[in-house]
Design a protein around this ligand. Structure first.
Ligand code: MLT
Length: 330
């Protein structure tokens, strides 16, 4: 019988490993082999959370592994982004973020992560109109009356938002510029909790995405004054645009995209993009998005390349505007 020494065994194993003969046996388990964490950089119950949970559920079905949502809210969406930028680039940590990815690089001059080069793009998700709303007993019945009230009460009115860099913050800045009056801003970890306070009447005004406001507007728990897009939204046909209500130029909508940490291998990026595109084509998602005043992006636009170009162009668009306003987070 042939006797093998320890040295023979080691030499044999390393020859097999380098020859590729052992590939099937030694190969990594196919991706994904365990649950994936999707970080939402705002509180549960808000618009980013709503979009993220719908997408996560549909992606889970395609990937054959749970995509588990983790809300890491605070600091205008930078804490959640930091979590994913610093995670292992192995496809098990992804980030669903919004327009803040384009404004944060200029608004925040001291961040513990690279907000421009710290991510791989996985694809655009949706673009959502915003609505200007207030507690239901606000002393105004039209946009013109609300503008008059803001000018009269100024900092005695509270404006809720999700922190510097949040969409609700940007919308508030545009509103205050349009009416040339400051209000007192009240930051939350997301507009989910801010909405609770608006419904309870403990804050006065908010501007937020239709994905968070449509059902409250329909239920009459808040009062709506305008949608901040050029066209009305089909889900809220009675709500005038800001231009129709007398504030032309007060326009903003919010795009969302999916990201992985920089250095995530290309085959994993491609697999995640494939699952995202499938989710965007899901009829249930399209119906739910439509009911909330939005739509999934067309599959042709949901590529990592188009997402990167769109994101970088938006950073370049916002930079001079933020610098001119001179309002930074630090
Ligand atoms: C925002 O204002 O940026 C969002 O509403 C944040 C959120 O999803 O809560």
């Amino acid at each position: 019988m042939t006797q093998f020494t320890r040295r023979d065994v080691v030499a044999g194993l390393s020859a097999i490993a380098t020859s590729g003969l052992a590939a099937p046996a030694l190969a990594q388990a196919a991706y994904p082999s365990r649950p994936i964490t999707m970080v939402i950089p705002f509180a549960a119950g808000g618009p980013t959370d709503t979009v993220g949970r719908l997408i996560a559920q549909a992606m889970s079905a395609d990937l054959g592994q749970p995509v588990v949502v983790e809300n890491v809210g605070g600091a205008g969406g930078t804490l959640g982004a930091q979590r994913v930028a610093g995670a292992r680039p192995d496809g098990y940590s992804i980030l669903l973020h919004h327009i803040g990815m384009a404004t944060i690089p200029t608004l925040y001059r001291r961040l513990a992560y690279d907000p421009v080069n710290g991510f791989e793009t996985l694809g655009l998700v949706t673009e959502v109109p915003m609505t200007l709303i207030a507690r239901r007993n606000i002393e105004a019945n039209s946009l013109a009356e609300l503008v008059a009230l803001i000018r009269q009460r100024g900092e005695n009115l509270n404006y809720a938002n999700a922190g510097i860099g949040a969409a609700s913050h940007l919308c508030g800045l545009l509103l205050m510029k349009a009416v040339d009056t400051r209000m007192t801003t009240v930051p939350y970890r997301g507009t989910g909790p801010a909405m609770n306070d608006l419904v309870a009447g403990t804050v006065d005004i908010m501007c937020d995405q239709t994905t968070n406001t449509t059902e409250q507007i329909r239920a009459g728990t808040v009062r709506a004054f305008a949608v901040t897009t050029e066209q009305r939204v089909a889900a809220l046909p009675d709500l005038p645009t800001s231009a129709q209500g007398g504030l032309p130029g007060f326009e903003v909508s919010v795009w969302h995209g999916l990201y992985a940490p920089k250095g995530t291998p290309a085959p994993i990026v491609a697999r995640l993009n494939q699952a995202l595109v499938k989710a965007l084509q899901d009829e249930g998602i399209a119906r739910r998005f439509a009911d909330l005043g939005t739509a999934p992006v067309a599959a042709a636009r949901a590529t990592p390349e188009i997402h990167r170009q769109f994101w970088q162009a938006d950073i370049a668009k916002w930079r001079p505007l933020i610098q001119a306003a001179g309002q930074f987070a630090d």
